[in-house]
Design a binder for this molecule. Structure first.
Ligand code: ANZ
Ligand code: ZN
Length: 848
């Protein structure tokens, strides 16, 4: 073949690699292991550029590690449960399983076209009974460990369709996406996993992850939200009970001017005075239908009312009013707060709106406490108006006040986490059924292991109404596994985040039908050495996976603490977007002249910018089209070269074209070479040979370091370009060094553009695959230059340069420079005041 034609080689090599079994996971235990993992996709039906970028990145890593002598595990699977399949069933009467497996088939063949070195023998689909059997088994492990429990929790309830809605199915106005009904909050008994038991370890172990982006660790830490403060009790006037509050600012306790309960707090009713009952009840009802987001929105006015009840500040003995307000959340802390308007921004606003007193107890050093505040003073300072604590630095007062409370038994130090237990119940069909049975005699009974999986019934009608389809089937009726009495199955299925919290543990032993996995195998491959995926999973998926790992470790199944050693969150793929700034409409590029972008209808000039590719913005590029035009190797090279992997990537056709031309240059370079006469090998290297050898080994070093370190694929590709230029320019094309150069170029190229590298490798007469060649090592001595370029400056300005021996010392450099033509011209007859020599770089003459 004389011309580079990707279509003619790509499928051929993919088939050969499959036949040779190159993508299979090696099990040779003498080799070090490397587990390269991409976040598995949701089988929506078609691959988009974000997927392509994700999987190409992991593939380069997997291929290079394999060449470096690692046994590599590089698997793929499908996060296959979830709402869209059920919606397809409702809208188009296609069974969720059928829809899902069709999509999987389609996307698998699209992935295979990318030339990914994936071991498909280990493929998992979370919706297959072979997989969810073990999801259910793991749930029962949590139940045994006391880490799964039921409690009432609010759900989004559509009163027209009589069904529970996921948060995504409720629009910003609180209406159902399907019926348009105003969504209500309804209490249902739900299953939870006790992730809060692991809050402290999940936080602390972030320190064990130096290979994670700082940003992601910070997001996780904030989500866990540890705060250190105090629990304080305020006795209720006229009742033999106290209101417990959680505060991070015990140092402000003398500034408390009211106490606030969450409206749903169990004490609300009892503290309310008879004259206020009706008003309070109405307010509680109103708040009950608000989402947490609405309640805590910063910009909305705080809503609250007095209950008529009073509490006592145990420090001062003062009576203060008890209020209820929407901004106090029942699920956080104790569901009650002490109001300190002088020192809390929210309380300040609230007190101003409600005319509550504001009492200053902390001031900046030397300030006058009697001057009224214009805003809350939230900084540390000196304590005032606080009895014995006056004069203390507020940060010290925190501890002193907690000690005081402990001594008098009305409070103590307390650590609080924002993290809540994980609500996993979904009132839906397309998920893993929660494997429990409710028996009138025995209560909640686990489905025995030998009865797993609890399979999803297939004869189901999808109407979108009347609750989960499962609850409407005879399927719910079973005899109790313990006593045989007629009993009922749980009809809720699990949150799909559960499926993805453990899939990476299954790949090392994906076909095991006796065990969730053989611990020996999973412990051997785990932890994942490099995980690659989107930043959108920075919090939940990664936190849940870390939680599962720790629980299964504590169940004796795993011998490590953290599942993912290193994490790479790849940036977004963005496309050119045309938008009419007046109408806000996005315009398809086909209707726009890129040199003069105007709205085809109105003639208004358009805004042009890059934005994440999406159908609604008409800025997407179809992977299939790029592959058809340029082949997959070009697409891979472009994606890797255009931006560092963690940065956003702006799709530019011209740059794709550029990579295609680069591969064409390599094609010509190698085919020209293979048509040349035999290699001549001499004893001593000529000067051009030495230089070429230096270029070769510099490339090996640079590409290796770019891949071993921070995965700087873009600079690695630049190195390949430099080497290819050095080869093109080399005068010694008949030398053995040139042969070494051509081979080096192909081997370094192989992980990036695997098909063209393989084809050209074979064109050189090689019969083994390039992908099983050992990765190259560089020769340190080859990196040393014989000569360097010495810059000659006059008064700091470059006036010329010259080649000098690399070993020349300072005095010699000065002499070379002084004798150079450039220097001669400028210093002739001038007074040289000073000469600055920077070894290896330049000589600067300061003349007067
Ligand atoms: C009095 C106080 C004075 C507070 C002050 C702050 C500043 P983090 O750090 O997020 O844990 N709080 C406690 N429980 C609450 C709930 N259920 N709903 C809404 N707010 C709640 O925040 C702890 C602080 O948030 C607590 O400290 C409490 O207000 C409030 F100058 O107590 B603070
Ligand atoms: Zn029973």
């Amino acid at each position: 073949e004389s011309r580079y034609n990707p279509a003619a080689i790509e499928e051929k090599w993919q088939q050969t690699w499959t036949d040779l079994g190159l993508d299979k996971t090696q099990t040779d235990s003498a080799k070090p292991k490397f587990y390269a993992l991409s976040m598995f996709p949701y089988p929506s039906g078609s691959l988009h550029m974000g997927h392509v970028r994700n999987y190409v990145i992991t593939d380069v890593i997997a291929r290079q590690k394999r060449m470096q002598g690692y046994r590599v595990l590089h698997p793929m699977g499908w996060d296959a449960f979830g709402l869209p399949a059920e919606n397809a069933a409702i809208d188009r009467r296609i069974a969720p399983a059928k829809w899902t497996y069709q999509n999987i088939a389609q996307m698998r063949s699209q992935l295979q076209r990318l030339g990914l070195s994936i071991d498909w023998d280990r493929e998992v689909a979370t919706c297959s009974p072979e997989y969810y059997k073990w999801t259910q088994w793991i749930f029962l492990q949590f139940l045994k460990a006391g880490l799964a429990y039921q409690k009432e929790a609010a759900v989004n309830w559509d009163p027209i369709d009589q069904t529970v809605l996921a948060n995504e199915q409720v629009d910003s106005e609180g209406r159902s996406w399907r019926s348009g009904a105003k969504v209500e909050r309804k209490l249902l008994r739900q299953w939870f996993l006790k992730i809060t038991d692991y809050a402290e370890e999940l936080l602390n172990d972030l320190d064990k992850l130096p290979g994670w982006p700082e940003r992601v660790k910070l997001m996780q830490a904030n989500w866990i939200g540890k705060s250190i403060g105090a629990y304080l009790e305020f006795p209720i006037v006229g009742l033999d009970e106290e209101i417990g509050v959680y505060t991070t600012r015990p140092d402000t306790v003398y500034g408390v001017t009211y106490v606030v309960l969450a409206p749903e707090h169990p004490l609300t009713k009892r503290v309310t005075t008879p004259d206020r009952q009706a008003t309070v009840e109405a307010f509680v009802q109103e708040v009950a239908n608000q989402s947490e987001l609405e309640r805590t929105a910063e910009d909305k006015p705080k809503r609250g009312i007095p209950t008529g009840g009073k509490a006592i500040n145990p420090f001062t003995g003062e009576e203060i009013p008890i209020w209820i307000a929407d901004y106090v959340l029942y699920e956080y802390g104790t569901g009650a707060v002490m109001g300190v308007p002088a020192h809390d921004v929210r309380d300040f606003k609230f007190a101003q709106e409600k005319n509550l007193p504001i009492k200053v107890v902390i001031v900046p050093e030397g300030a006058d406490p009697s001057v009224p505040l214009e805003a809350a003073y939230v900084e540390p300072g000196v304590v005032v108006n606080s009895a014995d604590f006056d004069g203390m630095v507020s940060t010290d007062a925190k501890e002193a006040i907690i000690k005081h409370a402990e001594k008098h038994a009305y409070g103590n130090a307390r650590v609080q986490y924002r993290l809540r237990d994980w609500l996993i119940s979904r009132q839906r069909y397309w998920g893993a059924p929660i494997p429990v049975i409710y028996c009138p005699n025995c209560g909640t009974v686990s489905v025995p292991d030998e009865d797993l999986p609890v399979e999803l019934p297939e004869e189901v009608e999808f109407t979108g109404r009347g609750g989960s389809p499962l609850s409407q089937l005879d399927w719910v009726n079973v005899p109790c596994p313990t006593c045989g009495t007629p009993a009922k199955r749980e009809t809720d299925t699990m949150d799909t985040f559960i499926d993805s919290s453990w899939y990476y543990l299954r790949y090392p032993d994906a076909k095991n039908d006796q065990q969730v996995f053989d611990p020996a195998k999973t412990n051997d491959w785990m932890p994942v050495d490099q995980y690659v995926g989107g930043i959108e999973h920075a919090i939940l998926h990664l936190l849940y996976s870390r939680f599962f790992t720790k629980v299964l470790r504590d169940r004796g199944l795993l011998n490590f603490d953290e599942p993912f050693q290193r994490l790479l969150t790849q940036g977004m793929v963005q496309g050119t977007t045309y938008k009419n700034p007046v109408t806000g409409k996005y315009i398809p590029p086909a209707q726009v002249d890129p040199n003069d972008p105007k709205d085809p209808e109105t003639g208004e000039p358009l805004q042009v910018f890059y934005e994440k590719m999406s159908k609604s913005k008409y800025n997407g590029i179809e992977p299939e089209e790029v592959l058809a035009k340029y082949g997959v190797d070009t697409a891979r090279m472009f994606i890797l070269f255009k931006a560092p992997p963690e940065k956003d990537l702006e799709w530019e056709d011209a740059d794709v074209e550029g990579q295609f031309r680069f591969l064409n240059r390599i094609w010509r370079l190698v085919t020209d070479y293979s048509n040349q006469p035999a290699v001549v090998s001499q004893q001593a290297l000529t000067k051009p040979e030495k230089e070429l050898r230096r270029a070769i080994h510099t490339a090996i070093k640079a590409v290796t370091e770019d891949l071993d370190g921070e995965y700087q694929f873009n600079t690695a590709v630049s190195e390949l370009m430099k080497l290819s230029n050095a080869l093109a320019d080399a005068p010694c094309k008949d030398s053995a060094i040139y042969a070494e150069g051509i081979q080096t170029l192909l081997i370094l190229l192989a992980p990036f553009a695997p098909h063209i590298a393989e084809e050209l490798w074979h064109s050189l007469g090689n019969t083994e695959s390039i992908h099983i060649q050992p990765w190259l090592k560089y020769d340190e001595s080859a990196l040393v230059a014989d000569e360097i370029t010495l810059v000659v400056q006059i008064n700091g300005k470059k006036r010329g340069d010259l080649q000098v021996p690399a070993q020349a010392d300072k005095a010699e450099l000065e002499r070379f420079a002084r004798e150079s033509e450039a220097a001669q011209r400028y210093i002739e007859g001038k007074n040289v005041k000073k000469i600055i020599v920077v070894p290896g770089k330049l000589v600067n003459f300061v003349i007067g």
